[in-house]
Design a protein around this ligand. Sequence first.
Ligand SMILES: Cc1cc2nc3c(=O)[nH]c(=O)nc-3n(C[C@H](O)[C@H](O)[C@H](O)COP(=O)(O)OP(=O)(O)OC[C@H]3O[C@@H](n4cnc5c(N)ncnc54)[C@H](O)[C@@H]3O)c2cc1C
Length: 391
Amino acid sequence: MIETFENTRLAFKDRSDRELRKAYWLFRLVGNPFLVKVGAIKLRIALWLRLPVNWILKPTIFSHFCGGEQISECRATIEKLAASGIQTILDYSAEGRETDAEFDRTAHEVMETIKKAASDKNIPYAVFKPTGMARFGLLEKLQSGEVLTEAEQGELERVHERIGSICRLAEETGVPVMVDAEESWVQDAVDRLVENLTLQYNKGRPLIFNTLQMYRHDRLDYLKQFFSRSRENGAVPAFKLVRGAYMEKERERAVAMGYPSPIYPDKPSTDEAFDKATRFCLDHVDQMAVCIGTHNEKSCALAAEAMDGLGIPRAHPRVSFAQLLGMSDHLSYPLAAAGFNVCKYVPYGPVRTVIPYLIRRAEENTSVAGQTSRELYLIRKEIQRRKTALT
Ligand SMILES: Cc1cc2nc3c(=O)[nH]c(=O)nc-3n(C[C@H](O)[C@H](O)[C@H](O)COP(=O)(O)OP(=O)(O)OC[C@H]3O[C@@H](n4cnc5c(N)ncnc54)[C@H](O)[C@@H]3O)c2cc1C
């Protein structure tokens, strides 16, 4: 499998020469930590001052990593991916919301993605971020065990109503919903919520997916406990496995507040935990569902080999791979061509609301060792291949 991940002709078949050159420059820019740091600060200031930013972002980083500003604008992306056997997960990326009105709008939009998925075979799942439904501070307080004020109790009830409406629609339409994972100081509260939803809605089929960040050293045990509790209660547990996007923030907070970091001390330990979690899910695939969310070649190859070794059909309805739009096409395209279920997270939303997501992608591409250089190496290889093919 690993050799086919070098097949740049396949990986970039949907990219014109112009798009490929654009991607090359984009990854060169985001590969520069200084530029990204300064750029992120400038963007946050521009957002705060309400300066116009669409003109610079939309044709560049936005168009690379996002499907559009609305569901209808994502059509071309969905169709292009589908032509290569890759499915889409529409991800309404509105982050940093604070008011009930904003949370209601986000819940409404997530429900629109469920309706869209119900009518489009190329969209197998919906997704939402817990902090798109609830104020971060509220989740933090809930997790800390502090007593909520009466107003906060009301706020929490409204969060349950929003998420309840989403889950009921998921149940009616049969569209599974993934719940993203966030910082550890709100994640326990999210886990409790999702575990209850799992017990309620996953009777006989995997409908609500929790996300496990395998950079946390408690997640492998948690996976097994969650699995057992669900099975004891007759529910089918479902997980999206990722490594985790907030490593630096997690470590900084742990140091600042003087508690042990929840993150593994090194990358190999995270990698090992991710692959063990994948293996656990594949070993129990008759009782659960898993989405393997990673850009790591080795993890994808190991998972693919394990599936073949265990005799799990490549298109097994309870196993899928997922990557983010604009990243790691060299994994998505060959995996799909080899018959595995593959999805791309396709973020969309008004440019301003997607900015935190874009900043995270840029920061991740500088801080994740090897990721940018890998993307750049492959893009450069394909540009070179096309030049040679012409001569
Ligand atoms: C489809 C999809 C959905 C996602 N959803 C979420 C989500 O809900 N929540 C979320 O937090 N993230 C999410 N992510 C992002 C994900 O957590 C990772 O940040 C990203 O995918 C990079 O990890 P990797 O497995 O792709 O690749 P790799 O490049 O192999 O791994 C990089 C990751 O390894 C870990 N790592 C790096 N260095 C160290 C170190 N020194 N010690 C310990 N660990 C280290 C970090 O998690 C880092 O992000 C998602 C990613 C995908 C593809």
